[in-house]
Design a protein. Sequence first.
Length: 321
Amino acid sequence: MSTTPTSAPKKRATPRPAASASAAAKRRALSLHIGLNKVDPGHYAGWDGELFACEADAADMQALALSKGMKPTVLIGAQASRAAVLKALRAASGTLKSGDYFLLTFSGHGGQVPDTSGEEVDRQDETWCLWDGQLIDDELYLELSRFAAGVRVLVLSDSCHSGTVTRAAPASPPVVLPGQPRPRLMPRQIARKTYRDHQDFYDGLQKEVATEAARSGGVIDPDAALAQVRIDSSRLTGVVTKFLPSVILISGCQDNQTSMDGEFNGAFTGRLLEVWNQGRFGGNHTQFRHVIVAGMEPTQTPNLYTLGPCATFLAQKPFTV
């Protein structure tokens, strides 16, 4: 008696994740590297601020960013104008979404301008000396506040006046002997003359930032925020909770110190790259700063600050995309 053969049971197809879900899971990472060995004397009262290693710092940080899969933009020398830097920052903040990563590095002179919105007559705002004008800290923090909630931003600033919000300049200008490294500090007399020559411009920038902050519902005041969110602070203030991205700033020095230049890298950037050791460093951001400090001269102590919700970000290994 013949029997009819039965067909083999059909295998169920394993469901594949939707392409859109896969794309959503992929994080984007951008970086911006700014380095200026000189600035335009036409804006800075005839002073070109010659340094040696800032553009090399930018190139080395670009290489680090590439090794971690970031898409870098590099602005050096005359390329690092105010307009170009602001354009690059706004392009990044307009592109990145929650979970994405942005690395911002600056290597060059730090400066100061009078804070026209402060209550104290002698209060100073910290600046980065770009090619054709200074970028005021109020502007920088306003631009950082434009990043979406959940974006992780690491800022590395190898310049003077980059450590705290006391805004206190060194008691006296550092003496530079022939053959010694130069400080990344715009001299006081140059800072005063630059501000005097362009007072309407710098005062106007501060007014624009204040107007924009009011229009957007009270973007943080950078001085108030930074004064409250030291790395060992136990809580965040109401003012800081308005800051949606997670921002970590590791600076080259305290405000009463100077960040030093070098032949190949700035002292801070060179030590950072040494500690990073081509990715062999295994700690988190806080440990990263501590190990960097341990190998620096006592006259230059890098600092760490946070803005926004940073507990998870701080616990990550630096440059983790």
